[in-house]
Design a protein around this ligand. Structure first.
Ligand code: R5P
Length: 226
């Protein structure tokens, strides 16, 4: 089974978590894209979506799925469905490999349940092998990089085609490698408290409620106490 087969299997399983007649939150990335394509099959059964990136909004609209502005939604969102770069046995995640971490965290915080969809390669004992993304206000990236280095990692400005990668919010991203994240909630708080940081891609204070993990033996369902 290829990695794409595993992503497709969890995307299909996630459709069972979509409530009828509601607005749901939709994540970003290759696994979320498989989910969007599956969601298109049942689009008449939902009221619409809130998208975590411009790319996701475009894909949803291309399928004829309605996308709402979060400011126009006054109730909580029942579910948010998204991938992850790493997930631990407690449901804490590293996210932001695609640069969408800030909008993802906003929609996750507005949602009752976070359903993570991932292939089994994403499940880790300790978070940190995947470089931890941090979205930063552009004028502060050198300052923040020094502070992140002092935490024991090596922060590098994310580049695309030789130029700084710019997020949907007009900011830049620092990727921190070399971390072994033993206490994700604590590190999330420390990095979020640095002036100039918009969001750290650690989703620990608001981790996943459920993870649908794709494996060659089928989709495993991990449930986390929240
Ligand atoms: O910014 C991107 C998101 O956090 C993605 O959910 C994450 O990078 C996982 O993406 P993929 O499903 O492509 O591995």
């Amino acid at each position: 089974m290829s990695q794409d087969d595993l992503k497709l299997s969890v995307a299909r399983a996630a459709v069972n978590y979509v409530p009828e007649g509601k607005i749901i939150g939709v994540g970003t990335g290759s696994t979320a894209n498989f989910f969007i394509d599956e969601l298109a099959r049942i689009k008449d059964r939902i009221a619409g979506t809130v998208a975590s990136s411009k790319a996701t909004a475009e894909r949803l609209v291309s399928h004829g799925i309605r996308v709402f502005d979060l400011n126009d939604i006054h109730d909580s969102i029942p579910v948010y469905i998204d991938g992850a770069d790493e997930i631990s046995g407690t449901g804490a995640m590293i996210k932001g490999g695609g640069g969408a971490l800030t909008r993802e965290k906003i929609i996750a915080s507005a949602s009752d349940r976070f359903i993570c969809i991932a292939d089994e390669s994403k499940l880790v004992t300790t978070l940190g092998k995947f470089p931890l993304p941090v979205e930063v206000i552009p004028m502060a990236h050198e300052l923040i990089a020094r502070k992140l280095d002092a935490l024991g990692g090596q922060a590098r400005l994310r580049l695309k085609d030789g130029k700084p990668f710019i997020t949907d919010n007009g900011n830049v991203i620092l990727d921190i490698s070399g971390l072994q994240i033993a206490r994700p909630e604590e590190l999330e708080r420390i990095i979020n408290n640095m002036a100039g940081v918009v969001t750290v891609g650690l989703f620990a204070q608001r981790g996943a409620n459920v993870c649908l993990l794709g494996s060659p033996d089928g989709v495993k369902v991990l449930e986390f106490d929240k």
